[in-house]
Design a protein around this ligand. Structure first.
Ligand SMILES: Cc1ncc(COP(=O)(O)O)c(C=O)c1O
Length: 381
């Protein structure tokens, strides 16, 4: 099978680049002497998880019940479900744990959620490890590592017979808006230091805190020190994307995934080349636009994997199933390079958002020959 034979839109995955990305971050974790628990919410693929955990314990991070079920069915046994737990999900999670002898670690920042989780787990005769979530500057979820909520929350977990306090977790998601390496480094250090301070407070209070879990791709790439941390959880580094390239955590050549699309029309009046990959196929994520004005909803490459993006054009607009390629500034799009019927690949702004809905990857090792099809998880359940 070749790229020209595939129905579009579809996902194309460059295996050598994926392997290179996985090896690069595994080496970084090893250099810092911390375990790597890759976040598979990005790729949602067992084949990618195997590459990302090569040489590691096999521990992974997930973000949905569907991912937990999928990865356990694929042989993974040590999962961290790193979204604040809602007790009704325990029925499915307990069944997944029990059916496969797996361990699923939960996360919360809420005493109410601990109580509801304890009650539900007890009624299911199930046991879970649980990490207390910390806010080290991301302002999404988590208690203040230095605040008054931390110890009461940890004691509440400790008091539960169904839950075991496994430690602390934080995710410095605000690293995605950092301007320059110095700012990412400062965020990485605040992430590390906050998690380590919270762990010390737990231990000084007589509570156990074996796990100190941190990480986003930017903070793991640029952390200068990770002492006191036990594991890191980057995820988007497996595939990388234009937002990461704009942040400087990778080069555009490191983006391993793209959306294959077909040119379906030329709107000469509007100066747009139409493709059959729109908002659902690419997502409406404009994250890289925070840093550069020339990427729109994605950069457009010739179909062969490895070919560099076409200069001066991007996907300027998206409708549900239409993408509109146009010039970044002034001039008309290169009509002759994008004839109707041609195949192109669009590099995504944010790989996690783009690949989420797809059910498979078409795997290529450079060029146009598809060497494998890899399944992936979708949905929530
Ligand atoms: C809790 C948690 N951990 C780790 C990650 C991975 O970070 P990144 O996508 O920057 O690799 C995320 C991403 O959103 C996350 O929410």
């Amino acid at each position: 099978v070749r790229l020209d034979d595939l129905p579009t839109p579809c996902l194309v995955l460059d295996r050598p680049v994926l392997e290179r990305n996985c090896a690069r971050i595994a080496a970084l974790a090893a250099r810092h002497n911390v375990a790597l628990r890759p976040h598979l919410k990005t790729a949602k693929s067992a084949a990618v998880a195997c590459l990302a955990t090569r040489g590691q314990s096999g521990a992974i991070t997930v973000s949905t019940v569907a991912e937990a079920a999928y990865f356990v069915a694929s042989g993974f046994r040590d999962l961290l479900y790193a979204v604040g737990i809602a007790a009704p999900k325990l029925d499915a999670l307990a069944a997944i744990q029990r059916g496969h002898g797996a361990r699923i670690t939960l996360v919360t920042d809420s005493v109410d959620a601990v109580r509801a989780t304890d009650a539900r787990a007890t009624s299911l005769d199930a046991h879970f490890d649980l990490l207390v979530e910390l806010d080290t500057g991301g302002r999404r979820a988590g208690v203040d590592p230095d605040g008054t909520d931390l110890l009461p929350l940890a004691w509440e977990v400790h008091a539960s017979a169904a839950l075991r306090l496994a430690g602390v977790l934080t995710h410095a998601g605000h690293s995605y808006h950092a301007r320059g390496v110095a700012e990412i480094r400062a965020i990485a250090e605040a992430e590390r230091a906050g998690a380590v301070r919270a762990a010390s407070r737990l231990r000084e209070a007589g509570l156990a805190c074996p796990t100190v879990s941190v990480g986003s791709t930017p903070t793991v790439v640029y952390a200068e020190r990770l002492d006191g941390v036990t594991e890191v959880r980057p995820g988007v580094y497996t595939l990388f994307d234009l937002h990461q390239a704009a942040l400087g955590t990778c080069m555009v050549e490191d983006v391993a995934v793209s959306v294959l699309a077909t040119v379906i029309g030329h709107n000469r009046q509007a100066g747009r080349v139409l493709i059959d990959a729109g908002a659902l196929a690419l997502s409406k994520d404009l994250s890289a636009s925070e840093f550069r004005g020339d990427v729109g909803y994605g950069l457009v490459c010739p179909a062969p994997v490895g070919a560099a993006p076409l200069a001066g054009v991007c996907v300027l607009d998206v409708h549900q199933e239409h993408g509109l390629i146009g010039p970044v500034a002034g001039a008309a799009p290169p009509w002759d390079e994008l004839p109707v019927g041609a195949r192109v690949r669009v590099l995504p702004n944010h790989a996690c958002m783009t690949v989420g809905p797809y059910d498979r990857y078409h795997v290529v090792e450079g060029g146009v020959d598809v060497i494998a099809e890899w399944d992936k998880a979708t949905g929530w359940r």
